[in-house]
Design a protein around this ligand. Sequence first.
Ligand SMILES: C[S@@+](CC[C@H](N)C(=O)[O-])C[C@H]1O[C@@H](n2cnc3c(N)ncnc32)[C@H](O)[C@@H]1O
Length: 335
Amino acid sequence: MGLVAASEYVVTHPQPSHNINNLSFFALKRELLSFYPFICNSPFFQAPGSHYLIKSLAQFIREDKSDFMDDHQFRQLLYLFGFSWKGYRKVRKGVKKRIGRHMKALGCRNMATYLAELDKHDEVRQHCELLLTVSISRFFRDRGFWETLEKKLLPDLIEKNKPRIKVWTAGCACGEEVYSFKIVWDSLQKNFAYLPELEVIATDMNPAHLDRARTGIYPSSSLKEVKEEYQSIYFIRAGKKLYAVKDSLGKDISWETHHLLSDPPGSDFDIIFLRNSVLTYYEDQLKKEAFKKVLDSLTPNGLLIIGSHEELPFETTDLTAIAPHPYVFRKEPKQ
Ligand SMILES: C[S@@+](CC[C@H](N)C(=O)[O-])C[C@H]1O[C@@H](n2cnc3c(N)ncnc32)[C@H](O)[C@@H]1O
């Protein structure tokens, strides 16, 4: 394979398993990097149409040099935990920085020694798993869904006259989704003479995320999808570009540390949010395991909401998508 083809191959294949020109993929990458100045100056690469390749190589070099570990090593780490490269690809920069700091603190100069440490010490491994969690979220993420929840799904549920509604937000990060739900629920009071008792269980495997959720303080960027009307009713200023949710929203929420591969924190939930956590960041087998547990804890006719870019990890006749949102499902009652 010539230089052009090899460069093309490197920038378009994140991690092929086979060798090229008798070099491992990563040896080839290094080889190309050492050639970079030559590549840029070569008349061949200055020809029209070669810009894409040069730009990609430059991008690759920046990414490779700016981090403590390269993508191959990062993928080794993800693999150890059963996490998916596809899920982490876009957010890897920040995660790699955290892991780099952890490696440094442990005195690990390369991934091999770090992996050995993880293997030896459970607590190091557990800490690493927490560092790999991603807390990106915002209030009313997927705005259209929240409109449907407020106008249709919750009114239908309330009209069933159940004495109590149980909601689980699983992988709730720093609470944006939980408080969004509480805002919608609270705003329904004006339309109904009576609302059922509400129980919200908000869980995350990362206790630091839950601590932030309990404080209820957020940067203004997290509120960009909150209607103005709701901003004035449910938030107060808490500093420069910071907002705090009103204390009343914290009522009826139980914050619990919980790992989605362990038994669910309850059963017969009427609504479960499982958005942008295991279905994005886990490999197939773990997705399936976690998802099965979640599905079992949903009550018949209950609602399951996954992320708008996520898919169910297996086909099932237990769930029916509710239009217009293909990521909102109702659990079919058993015949
Ligand atoms: C990107 S945030 C999503 C927050 C919110 N659900 C949303 O959609 O905006 C993912 C959260 O899931 C949590 N998480 C990831 N894997 C988990 C697991 N196995 N068990 C529990 N929580 C998990 C992470 O700690 C993180 O706080």
